[in-house]
Design a protein around this ligand. Structure first.
Ligand code: FE2
Length: 360
């Protein structure tokens, strides 16, 4: 069976329109192309999510439409293009993905082995005893290599040594890794989770990290006056509903001293479309921040225990537990050009969900 490009494009266009109707979230033809390329590259569902770089809400809907059209089969955690599916991708000229990630730094562009001797080993030993990730706070922590690389990256950019650091939400234990380097002047970790606060303060005491402290704080509350404009650098990995994200970044910006201060955060494809990325970038520019660095797939997340109860589980066309990391985020660095004009007010309601949220 052979299709012309025109016929294949019409078929794809139809499936694309159906997907748009079924899932009321942003989805582009380029997203459809990426999703097809991923299906040509792997038959593992989790790998397909990782490689597609398309929000899971739209991606899973697209897969269901492909299945309905007889182009894809889902079975035992595997997704396989049928003969018609293969013919469609061929006629469209879609090619499998070619990953060219640097094996040494895993694509991060920094080497955490440049951190002072013993930091990586001490961090790994401490992190073995960390509290487990819980769904109530949308937790899901990153690999040790990721946390250490974020700190190496911040150091590399001059945002660590001699600086006052604030970490907003710290299930990744960035405050501990930063403190172990001995470089920052002061590190404050804030989190809503009392277990993490106790853990970080206990580590600070046992390891003699006297510049590190953790304080319980709910990001929905206004930032306490004592923390306003006191920090040179913020580090965070926000929940990705737009409201949750914006609230976290606003608190971070309010904590910064002013022009020249820097902030770091992660953002995924799994839960955020490029439309949301654009909305976030606009928000940052509007508040005096410029995006200076963006490294996609920098952060790899350790598979969390509540995967079968995350909201996207039931969207999947076939079910099996992931065997390797599949949820990644892009590291962003921003720098302030102006003091942001922001209100420091309480935020009401659900900050964890929006139409694209997948893991809450
Ligand atoms: Fe590299």
């Amino acid at each position: 069976m052979s299709l012309t490009f025109q016929e294949a494009y019409q078929d794809l266009r139809h499936i694309y329109d159906q997907t748009r109707q079924a899932a009321s979230v942003p989805f582009t033809l380029r997203d459809a192309e990426r999703a097809l390329a991923a299906l040509l590259t792997t038959d593992n569902l989790w790998e397909a999510i990782r490689l597609s770089h398309v929000p899971l809400r739209a991606l899973s809907t697209f897969w269901h439409q492909l299945i309905k059209a007889g182009l894809l089969k889902a079975h035992d955690g595997a997704l396989r293009l049928t003969e018609s599916g293969q013919a469609l991708t061929q006629a469209l000229g879609v090619a499998p993905l070619r990953e060219a990630t640097c094996a040494h730094c895993e694509g991060r562009g920094v080497d955490y082995r440049t951190l002072p001797e013993g930091v990586a080993e001490r961090f790994a030993e401490i992190a073995r005893h960390r509290p487990e990730a819980i769904q109530a706070y949308d937790q899901g922590f990153v690999t040790d290599a990721t946390t250490l690389s974020r700190i190496a990256f911040a150091w590399h950019r001059g945002d660590l040594e001699g600086k006052a650091i604030i970490v907003l939400g710290d299930d990744d234990l960035m405050s501990i890794a930063a403190a172990l380097t001995g470089a920052p002047a002061h590190i404050l970790a804030i989190d809503i989770d009392e277990r993490l606060i106790q853990f970080i303060n206990e580590v600070a005491r046992q390891e003699g990290l006297d510049r590190l402290e953790a304080v319980r704080y709910d990001l929905r509350e206004p930032l306490p006056t004592a923390w306003l404009r006191r920090f040179d650098t913020f580090l965070t990995d926000p929940t990705e509903s737009f409201l949750g994200f914006k609230t976290t970044i606003e608190r971070g910006l309010l904590a910064l001293r002013g022009p020249g201060s820097a902030g770091y955060f992660g953002l995924t494809h799994v839960e955020s479309s490029y439309e949301k990325w654009a909305q976030i970038q606009r928000f940052l520019l509007d508040h005096g921040a410029v995006l200076t660095d963006l490294i996609d797939d920098f952060s790899a997340y350790v598979n969390w225990g509540y995967i079968e109860s995350m909201r996207s589980w039931e969207w999947l066309p076939t079910h099996s537990l992931p065997e390797r990391a599949w949820y990644y985020s892009a590291l962003h660095r921003i720098e302030l050009l102006r003091t942001p004009d922001l209100d420091n007010t309480a935020v009401e309601g659900d900050i964890f969900s929006d139409a694209e949220a997948a893991t809450t």
